[in-house]
Design a protein around this ligand. Structure first.
Ligand SMILES: Nc1ncnc2c1ncn2[C@@H]1O[C@H](COP(=O)(O)OP(=O)(O)OP(=O)(O)O)[C@@H](O)[C@H]1O
Ligand SMILES: [Mg+2]
Length: 452
């Protein structure tokens, strides 16, 4: 039958090869980001979140931006929206340097960001009011946007009376009412249930393909690979620490797209492998240091992944996208678990495949108590922060130390949030391995319970 069914990889390559070459005259450049850098001041110097970011958005395209949590996607979007300034480089919008929020650039937020005390109509009008549009014109345009986005009949409702999907429609109407040239969206569907999100995506794509909005270009931030492949013409992948555009993937499919089409699936898999391979290679190369950020992953999830991988049909080795699908984990959920196993020397990740180490295969066979002992050994050997905490506790009279002692040390390297999360991860792991104990109320580490 279809070659696509038999060999999706070849089909994607063929489809990509058949994509007509870019027309001689590309769409007008709407926005250009050049060598953009952004740091945030921390107690011990600057945390570089974005470094040397380059991208251009052209007329007629929907561009996706994928990246892991904390890679700086929202920061970059806020820079492009003119809400914050880069610490280096420049952004031009319609050929002119961007200085503050530009007319014609609108943003849709993940959390809807509606005014709870205003009705739907008033929420949609609010953006126009800020632009100084007169009352009757405001009303006319707000009603048109409400109509366009399918909120007809809800003009006088308050946000709290609406479902999540309807609230986000208000978010869209508020962005569309200003007739934006560039629409920015920060994970606009991630707070919605699966069905609502899909309806809204499809509605938005219909408006776009039918040319019913004056928007010339759309940039959508997401960490959902499928969503990016479903909606975008081009996908940019942002690395972490610091964030930088490390890959650009063209999506050669026409709308409407079919998620079940083997060539669609294959492209999702390819991007998945590209993201995980690159990130885990980098993590492996760097190795853990005292100030390394630890993924917040429970020991249950780690043990679960080891068990699944050790058993049939995997027998110690699996394709990452495949194991993700079979465990129903998104890349953002699976990746940290794999990364934690890699840090602890229980797994290795190479080119989108995950392999258990011989120790992990042994671990899978052990009983509860022996597992804990083996985990403790790996923890002390491979996670410098765990070793550091036990060393400090051993040296201190009373073998106790407050959390803040380690928090301060970590904040020299990490943002406050990352330091918190890293400590929480190591507490969770240390408790499981019984190398120290931690009292949540007093926030004190000790060896006491462990020794007794
Ligand atoms: N105003 C700020 N002050 C200090 N640090 C900040 C600030 N805003 C963001 N950061 C830091 O910048 C990094 C990137 O944050 P950002 O919100 O841009 O990431 P993201 O890719 O959008 O993540 P997510 O997928 O979780 O939304 C994080 O380490 C965050 O703590
Ligand atoms: Mg974000």
């Amino acid at each position: 039958m279809q070659t696509a069914m038999q060999n999706p990889k070849a089909a994607v390559t063929a489809a990509l090869a058949q994509t007509p070459p870019m027309p001689a005259r590309l769409g007008e450049e709407i926005l250009c980001v050049k060598n953009v850098q952004r740091g945030f001041q921390k107690t011990q110097g600057e945390l570089l979140v974005l470094d040397d970011v380059n991208l251009a958005l052209r007329e007629g395209e929907i561009v996706g931006m994928l990246g892991r949590s904390g890679s700086g996607k929202s920061t970059l979007l806020r820079i492009i929206a003119g809400l914050i300034e880069p610490t280096g480089g420049e952004v031009t919008y319609l050929g002119k340097p961007l200085e503050g929020p530009a007319k014609g650039v609108a943003m849709v937020f993940q959390t809807f960001a509606l005014f709870p005390w205003l009705t739907v109509l008033q929420n949609v009008e609010a953006g126009l009011e800020a632009q100084g549009v007169g009352a009757s014109e405001r009303r006319k345009r707000a009603l048109a946007a409400i109509d366009l986005i399918g909120l007809d009949g809800f003009e006088n409702a308050y946000p709290r009376e609406l479902s999540g999907g309807m609230r986000q429609r208000v978010g869209f109407a508020r962005a569309l009412v200003v007739d934006p040239t560039l629409l920015l969206m920060d994970e606009p569907f991630s707070a919605l249930d699966v069905l609502t999100a899909e309806t809204l995506r499809t509605d938005l794509l219909d408006l776009w393909t039918q040319g019913r909005m004056p928007i010339k270009s759309v940039l959508i931030v997401t960490h959902n690979i499928e969503e990016a492949v479903f909606m975008c013409d081009r996908i940019l992948v942002l690395s972490s620490n610091p964030g930088r555009v490390i890959a650009e993937i063209k999506v050669p499919f026409k709308h409407p797209r079919n998620r079940l089409d083997p060539v669609f699936r294959q492209l999702v898999d390819d991007i998945y492998a590209k993201m995980t391979a690159r990130q885990t290679d980098e993590a492996a190369k760097k190795g853990l240091q005292l100030g390394s950020r630890l993924p917040q992953v429970s020991t249950n999830l780690m043990a679960g992944l080891i068990e699944t991988l050790a058993a049939a049909p995997y027998h110690g080795r699996a394709d990452m996208p495949e194991i993700g699908r079979s465990l129903q984990l998104e890349v953002d959920d699976l990746f940290p678990i794999a990364e934690a196993l890699q840090h602890l020397d229980f797994a290795e990740i190479r080119e989108g495949d995950i392999f258990l180490t011989p120790q992990a295969r042994v671990f899978a066979e052990l009983g509860t108590q022996e597992r804990k002992m083996m985990f403790a050994e790996h923890l002390l050997q491979h996670v410098p922060l765990a070793a550091r905490i036990t060393k400090v506790l051993n040296e201190r009279p009373g073998h106790r130390a407050p959390r803040v002692r380690f928090e301060q040390e970590l904040e020299d390297f990490l943002s406050d949030n990352a330091a918190e999360e890293t400590l929480d991860a190591v507490i969770n792991w240390g408790r499981y391995g019984e190398i120290f104990s931690y009292n949540d109320k007093t926030e004190i580490f000790s060896l006491a319970d462990v020794e007794s």
